[in-house]
Design a protein around this ligand. Structure first.
Ligand code: R1P
Ligand code: URA
Length: 291
């Protein structure tokens, strides 16, 4: 069995994976990811008890028990580059023997659920509502560094996206990945469903103009108008496509749910975005606890 070298997978002197500072026994197999480190406690305050608390850079994690479930909630910080770290290290914690540095013969499948915030791209998806991402469509470049191939339906969706949106050649090749049908089926009532576009930034990459001109000034309109059969783009944010793509490649179930805090068509922003995300957390934990 091939040994993974010290420079490729960094393990600290606690025997924990480097960035997340977590040891295998400190991780549950159902994991909630949030962007904001402060949001970790907003989730774990609902746990019956907390077993482990770790914190390293932007990666804060609490592992505990909610009802009959053992859960870990972990912050990823902002953006796809952090998702590369979080997904690879979460997978290493269950699927690589950290002592022998070899891949385990028996692989473990994690449930990974993002509870984040997002901007809506449709007028009928109001602020403070919730969106389940049927697909993550990445214009962030992360999956282009891995050997990844879309399935037939995804290929057609992607081709249609490229043709319809005509984004400039200077933007990286987009990719698309569906969320876990196994998890999506639990989130039906009270949730909008649609394609989520993942961007490598909050301002220019999401069409926001402050002082700088944009290479794709019609980005918002093109995303809003995109249609492929029953599919449309509902929202954008900065992590979903990486979680879906790496989740699928590594063999995990991944789902991303967003509280809409901005609507980029109606130009509204939530009057209480903290209340919206807290409501999403309460709803999602109730569903996770009962599935
Ligand atoms: C930008 O403000 C951040 O908010 C969204 C985006 O994906 C990005 O991380 O999610 P979180 O609220 O989970 O961080
Ligand atoms: N998060 C984003 O990435 N974009 C928004 O508009 C709101 C939250």
């Amino acid at each position: 069995m091939q040994r993974i070298q010290e420079s490729e997978l960094i393990i600290n002197n606690r025997g924990a994976v480097y960035h997340l500072d977590l040891r295998p026994e400190e991780l549950a197999h159902t994991i909630i990811t949030v962007g904001d480190p402060d949001r970790v406690a907003t989730v774990s305050k609902h746990f019956d008890r907390i077993e482990h608390k770790r914190s390293h850079r932007e990666f804060v994690s609490h592992t505990g028990i909610l009802g009959k479930k053992r859960l870990t909630v972990i912050s990823t910080g902002i953006g796809p580059d952090n998702i590369d770290i979080v997904l690879n290290e979460l997978d290493a914690l269950v699927n690589i023997d950290l002592l022998t540095r070899t891949i385990k013969p028996q692989l473990t499948q994690l449930n990974i659920i993002r509870l984040g915030t997002s901007g809506a791209l449709q007028a009928d998806i109001p602020v403070d509502s919730f969106v389940v991402s049927t697909h993550g469509l990445g214009i962030d470049n992360l999956l282009n560094f891995y050997r990844y191939e879309e399935n037939e339906e995804e290929k057609q969706l992607l081709q249609s996206f490229i043709t319809q949106t005509q984004l400039s050649q200077r933007i990286s090749q987009p990719y698309i990945c569906g969320g876990s049908a196994h998890l999506i089926k639990h989130f039906v009532n009270n949730f909008h469903h649609g394609i989520t576009v993942t961007c490598p930034g909050f301002y220019g990459p999401q069409g926001r103009i402050l002082r700088l001109g944009l290479s794709n000034p019609h980005l918002i309109d093109r995303l809003t108008q995109f249609a492929f059969g029953p599919h449309r783009i509902t929202n954008f944010e900065m992590e979903t496509s990486g979680i879906y793509g790496l989740g699928k490649l590594l063999g995990h179930h991944a789902l991303s749910i967003s509280a809409i805090v901005a609507n980029r068509v109606t130009k509204q922003f939530s009057k209480d975005s903290q209340a919206a995300i807290e409501e999403l957390i309460k709803n999602a934990l109730e569903i996770i606890n009962n599935w």
